[in-house]
Each structure stands twice: as structure tokens, then as C-alpha cells.
Write a protein that binds this ligand. Structure first.
Ligand code: SAH
Length: 384
């Protein structure tokens, strides 16, 4: 928190190139070309002190007057099976969030967090257990991608094989509950002078904030929308996803349809199969009926089935493979495209939220352990 004696230092990593240019010219009184040098260096994960293209005096001023809140790797787990890497990050205020790097045939994807905690209250989700602590800044979301990419190039080799080419906003948090910062992040990560990740390779997942979906459809960002549905009746959905009490299934599907009609982009529906809860043949039939009724026939419909990942704090268990296949077959019978999501990183507990909870339980943070946040944060990194 800033006080009168400790003014807020501008966050360079959240700035668009044109904002950085203005800052460099007007606040720092430096020539404009410095802005491009700073932007490029930041996108590679360089701290001001490491920006070798800048004169020492400018590096020093940037260090003192600005902030570059890259997350620090607190823990890193790598799957022996499929190359999945899970990162637990520490942010400057000591908060922790997670990202997961996954290798697919069509490219490498990073799953990023958008909030520290979550306030949506889904009954099966580990990320929401302690509520929402705070929103992440655009820089803290972008920083996950920059630092994961830096780590992957360092550990696996700097070649196209190890490039992050896609993003899913499916980590901790509800992206549409941190709307402005998420949109800023999307535009930054797509910047051609930055990581240049194509919008078509980005998916945003939401538990169903209808106002956010409608707003997103007007942003002119051709990303894929992923809607976490998980039930076909309002009764069951409201029981496991409190957000449904505000926006029921019908209005959620109408918003999804509007998104498709406005953007021409695919919408996919996530459906976590919970044994004995939402995985029966009747439920599958009802799901098809409701999707068809609300979405019509012109819109392609894709359902992603995911056996629920059981968390300690809830009694839900995963539907077995046979029933999962039956559920998928029932959808296909109705002409609805369904895939069963491949589980990656099974040996490293790669789904989000659980590491953060564990470290929160274990960690006794002494008030001074982070200092003012920043210097301590980076000392830890360089000593690793
Ligand atoms: N808040 C957003 C994005 C983060 S959650 C959303 O709700 O979509 C990403 C996905 O993981 C969502 O589909 C969510 O419902 C799902 N999910 C959460 N906990 C899960 C669990 N224990 N097992 C399987 N999927 C889970």
C-alpha cells in the first residue's frame, strides 16, 4: 500500500508501448527510442539493472522510480510423463499464484492465473476456498508468461520447440471478475514487439459472468471463449456454482451465442464430470436439449468433458472412464461434438489452486520477510 511518504511507482510492465513512450519522454525526459529498448527488454524478463542497452544512469533511475513486478519462481514441478511444468509463483507482496505449461501436438500452451484466490465459490474448485485476496495487475499476468518462457528457454533450450505459442486463462481466478487488467494483458501478450501470441491461440474461461461476456464480445479480440457449464439444470448448477443464482443457464447460453455471432469465434463448453451428480445419461440428454434450444443450429457446439479432479475439501469424486465415454457417446448421438480432455501432468498435481492452498497453510510469513517486496524478491531469484 502506498502512503504519502511512499508514492506509487509506475508499473513499467503494465504499460502499452505508447504509454511507455509518453513516460520516457515526459517523465524521464529521455529520447523516445529508449522506450522501445525498455519494452523489448521487459518482454524478455530483464530487470532495469539488466538492460544492457541503456546507460547506467538510466538503469539506476528506472530501478529507483519504477516497478517491474515479475513473479518469482517459488516452486517448479516437471512431469516425467509428458513434459508438463507447473510453476508456483511468489508476487511482490508475498501472494502466490500458479501457471501450468503443457505440450500439445498443435503447440505449447501456458495456463495463467488472473486473481490471487477467487470469490466465485464453485463447490468443486480448490482456487475459491480462501476467497479472493486481490486482482492481479496486467503485469503480473503477463509476467507469468514472460518468466515461464525465460525459464523454459534456459532449462530446455532456446528454440521453437520450447516457445509458448498459446495461452489459456484457466488458472486461479475468474478472468471476467478482473476485466480491465485481463483485457490489458491480452493486448500486451499479443503485441508483435513482445511475445506476439496470436489471439486465435488464446482461450478465456469463465464461470459465467454474463455482463463480462457481453462486454468482451465488443472488444474486437478474436479469442476463444470457454464457458464452464458443468450442469444442465439451473437447480443443480446453482447448487454447485453460486454464480448461476445471478445468471441462469438460459441467459448464459444466450450470451455465449451473442459472443459467437459478434466475433465469429468458437465457444467451447467445459463440463466437469462428478460421479453420481451430473454424469448420467438423462443429464447428457438434457444438456443436448438445452444447448440446442438456446444456441440453435447455426452455431458449432463443442463440449469438453473433464473428469472432476477431486479436492480434499469436497466429497466429489470423478466419473470413471466407462461412464465418461458413455456420456460423450450420448452427446455425439445428438450431433454434439464432445471430447474427453486428456489429463496432463498427472504426477505433479497439475490442476490449479492446490499448490497455492498448500503453501498458504504451510507458510508463516514474518512481516519483514519480504522487505518492501521488491529487492528481497529479486535477491531470492538470483541466489537460486
Ligand atoms: N474462473 C474460470 C477460470 C478458472 S477455472 C472458470 O470458472 O472457468 C478453469 C476450469 O477448471 C473451469 O472450467 C473450472 O470449472 C474447472 N475446474 C475447477 N476446479 C476443478 C476440478 N476440481 N476438477 C475439474 N475441473 C475444475
Amino acid at each position: 500500500m502506498a502512503t504519502a511518504s511512499q508514492p506509487v511507482r509506475p508499473d513499467l510492465l503494465s504499460m502499452f508501448p505508447e504509454e511507455l513512450l509518453r513516460y520516457v519522454r515526459e517523465e524521464l525526459q529521455e529520447p523516445g527510442y529508449r522506450a522501445k529498448q525498455i519494452f523489448t527488454a521487459l518482454q524478455r524478463g530483464c530487470l532495469p539493472s539488466e538492460m544492457s542497452t541503456l546507460p547506467l544512469s538510466l538503469r539506476d533511475r528506472l530501478e529507483k522510480q519504477t516497478t517491474t513486478p515479475f513473479p518469482l519462481i517459488e516452486q517448479r514441478y516437471q512431469s516425467r510423463f509428458d513434459g508438463t511444468v507447473k510453476y508456483l509463483w511468489t508476487l511482490q507482496d508475498g501472494e502466490n499464484v500458479e501457471s501450468v505449461f503443457m505440450r500439445y501436438r498443435h503447440g505449447n500452451t501456458l495456463c495463467v492465473s488472473t486473481q490471487a484466490g477467487c470469490r466465485m465459490g464453485c463447490a468443486f474448485c480448490a482456487s475459491t476456498l480462501g476467497g479472493r485476496v486481490r486482482d492481479l495487475e496486467a503485469s503480473e499476468i503477463l509476467g507469468q508468461v514472460i518468466m515461464a518462457q525465460k525459464d523454459l528457454y534456459q532449462t530446455e533450450g532456446e528454440n521453437p520447440n520450447n516457445r509458448i505459442s498459446g495461452i489459456v486463462l484457466m488458472g486461479i481466478g475468474e478472468p471476467l471478475d478482473n476485466y480491465e487488467n485481463v483485457i490489458r494483458f491480452l493486448r500486451l501478450v499479443n503485441n508483435p514487439d513482445g511475445l506476439n501470441i496470436g489471439y486465435r491461440h488464446i482461450s478465456l474461461s469463465t464461470c459465467g459472468l454474463v455482463d463480462g461476456i457481453l462486454r468482451l464480445s465488443d472488444e474486437d479480440l478474436p479469442i476463444t471463449l470457454s464457458v464452464s457449464l458443468h450442469a444442465s439444470s439451473d437447480e443443480l448448477r446453482s447448487e454447485i456454482m453460486p454464480v448461476n443464482r445471478k445468471w441462469g443457464i438460459s441467459s448464459l447460453l444466450q450470451a455465449s451465442r451473442a459472443y459467437f455471432e459478434k466475433t465469429g469465434r468458437r465457444v467451447s463448453f467445459e463440463y466437469a464430470l462428478i460421479a453420481g451428480k451430473n454424469d448420467t445419461k438423462e443429464e447428457a440428454d438434457r444438456l443436448c436439449a438445452v444447448l440446442r434450444r438456446e444456441l440453435g443450429t447455426a452455431m458449432p457446439i463443442h463440449v469438453n468433458l473433464i473428469p472432476v479432479n477431486p479436492i480434499r475439501e469436497s466429497s466429489f469424486s470423478a466419473t470413471d472412464l466407462v461412464q465418461t465415454e458413455r456420456f460423450a457417446a450420448a452427446l455425439k448421438e445428438h450431433g454434439i461434438n464432445a471430447t474427453v480432455r486428456r489429463t496432463l501432468g498427472a504426477d505433479i498435481n497439475a490442476s490449479c489452486g492446490q499448490l497455492r492452498n498448500r503453501i498458504h497453510q504451510e507458510k508463516v510469513v514474518s512481516p519483514n520477510s519480504m522487505g518492501d517486496g521488491r529487492p528481497e524478491h529479486y535477491r531470492k531469484e538470483s541466489s537460486e
